[in-house]
Design a protein around this ligand. Structure first.
Ligand code: ZN
Length: 418
């Protein structure tokens, strides 16, 4: 597109957003209400009901109870691409320590049976408010674009199980499969800023459950058989170095132990030691290499210790790499630049993970995932996501997030300029 055509196209987008943006009071109120009444992963029933009711009120076809409390809404609006937009329903088991008047004091029994404090410390309340605002805008402006919208409110993002659960529960038997997916997340950048870039933006995270098997060995007193605890401990201690050595110091690969359990009371030998590994990488080849090294090191250590049976190693994907498709994120970056001017900034790679790409259901669905800022802190570091002090300002955060999501959809679905 030539520069003058781009500017014409862009002017049209700006006009649509400014003319059809809803009164945001409703969404400010929604934000405060949800912030004060957060729900922990997998238990988001009230929040899901609130968003579903609002989407129905706006005129969307709404499906509920997908993969737990997942909600998906559809608007078929003529020929064109299908775009999926996503926000998350869940909050965190964190005791809120902010001073906002709508502070959460809520406690809940989580799905594991433990009583926990609950707080929207990751900003999913703001992600939801902006997605509802953008949905209202696009519904009101439906004569100005054509295509299909699929709006997903996903449960259980914090434990990265919700996207998979929605897919496995038949999300795409209820709503059309998307050609494009869009997601945005609140971060502690200055309120009013939007940040995007092409390529990798969030890590790939995998888990490995490992069992090192010790006694009893046949024909030997169980107490004299191999004790799997020191063997497993040795493995845990060497894995990060082994992986680093193989992939090289300049490649990003971390291996951490996230759980260790061995032995049962009353038994004088230990039959096995279980541990859980967390593996984070950015490149596909490095990830494969890390798996290979982990497998080999565990086998080597077990062999050297003469354990009676092979170890058991199970890898599972927690979250795939989140990497923006340039054919989407480049034009979107240009639109953000033009619209937000100096408040459009370069997105930083974040050492966190997301299950958003899982909504592609195993197919390659191009997507764009960007950040918007909610911080008012001008001096020193702002409280980050998952901090008990995370307290985004409601405005201009809400308006900017609403506009950004609506612009992203319109960039793909608005009528081209003649
Ligand atoms: Zn989050």
């Amino acid at each position: 597109m030539s520069q003058s055509r781009f500017l014409q196209f862009f002017d049209n987008l700006r006009h649509i957003v400014n003319q059809y943006r809803p009164e945001l009071d409703t969404y400010e109120e929604f934000y405060r209400q949800v912030h004060q009444d957060p729900e922990i992963s997998g238990m988001e029933s009230n929040t899901a009901m609130l968003v579903a009711n609002h989407l129905k009120l706006l005129g969307f076809e709404v499906h509920t109870g997908i993969g737990g409390h997942g909600v998906a809404a559809v608007l078929k609006n003529g020929r064109g691409k299908t775009i999926l937009m996503r926000a998350e329903l869940d909050a965190l088991p964190i005791l809120e320590q902010t001073e906002v008047p709508y502070k959460s004091t809520k406690r809940m029994i989580d799905r594991y049976g433990n009583e926990r404090p609950v707080m929207h410390a990751c900003g999913h309340d703001m992600n939801m408010a902006t997605l509802l605002g953008a949905s209202a805008l696009l519904m009101a402006a439906k004569r100005m674009w054509s295509g299909t919208l699929v709006i997903v409110f996903q449960p259980d993002e914090e434990e990265t199980g919700g996207a998979r659960a929605m897919i496995d529960d038949g999300l795409y038997s209820k709503v059309p499969k998307p050609h494009i997916m869009l997601g945005q997340h609140l971060v502690p950048l200055k309120s009013g800023t939007v940040a995007i870039r092409s390529g990798p933006v969030l890590l790939a995270a995998d888990s490995a459950n490992v069992r090192v098997i010790g006694g009893p060995c046949s024909g030997v007193n169980p107490q004299q058989c191999v004790d799997p605890i020191p063997v497993a401990m040795k493995i845990v201690l060497r894995l990060q170095d082994d992986v680093r050595e193989e992939v090289g110091p300049h490649e990003d690969a971390t291996v951490a132990c996230w759980g260790f359990h061995a032995g049962v009371p009353g038994n004088d030998y230990v039959a096995y030691a279980d541990f859980k590994l967390d593996i984070k990488t950015i490149k596909h080849a490095v990830r494969e290499k890390a798996f290979e090294v982990i497998r080999r090191s565990i086998h080597d250590e077990c062999k050297a210790a003469n354990v009676p049976q092979d170890p058991v190693i199970n890898f599972t994907v927690r979250a795939p790499l989140t990497t923006n498709e340039p054919s989407l994120s480049d034009p979107l970056g240009a639109v953000f630049q033009e619209y937000f001017q100096h408040d459009a900034v370069e997105m930083q790679f974040i050492r966190a993970c997301e299950d958003f790409p899982t909504l592609g259901a195993g197919r390659y669905v191009p997507y764009a995932y960007w950040n918007f800022g909610g911080s008012e802190v001008t001096e020193g570091p702002a409280p980050t996501n998952h901090s008990p002090f995370f307290a985004p300002s409601i405005q201009p955060t809400l308006r900017v997030g609403t506009d950004a999501m609506a612009l992203a959809v319109l960039t793909s679905l608005a009528a081209p300029v003649d």
